[in-house]
Design a protein. Structure first.
Length: 113
């Protein structure tokens, strides 16, 4: 079981802004997950992974694939109070769900560094 947040690397967000966007994605995706999967994920240590994509188009494609695979997900759109304009899509939260299901969407992505 794991939860994955996918961040747009093309925005050049600060570490703090990136962390905040990932928190939004994590909480909102969590809220839409099946309670049985949440319980299993919590029992396995709350695994979270942060990955990156180079563009909005790739992030939106991942959202589409997540929906097709019935993976709980949430697309974060920023309010525009700090670093980026209002309405900027920053991050996608996926899961928690089974590793093999999340991997259908994220298997080719690189870790955010």
């Amino acid at each position: 079981m794991k939860q994955v947040m996918v961040v747009r690397s093309d925005l050049g967000l600060s570490k703090g802004k990136t962390a905040a966007q990932c928190c939004h994605a994590s909480l909102q995706a969590y809220r839409s997950a099946d309670p049985k999967k949440i319980e299993k994920w919590e029992g396995e240590g709350y695994t979270k992974i942060i990955l990156k994509v180079p563009s909005l188009e790739e992030l939106l494609e991942l959202k589409k694939i997540a929906g097709q695979n019935k993976i709980p997900h949430f697309l974060v759109t920023d309010a525009g109070r700090t670093e980026i304009p209002s309405g900027t899509v920053t991050c996608l939260g996926l899961g928690p769900d089974e590793d093999r299901i999340i991997d259908k969407v994220t298997k080719d992505l690189k870790l955010l560094s």
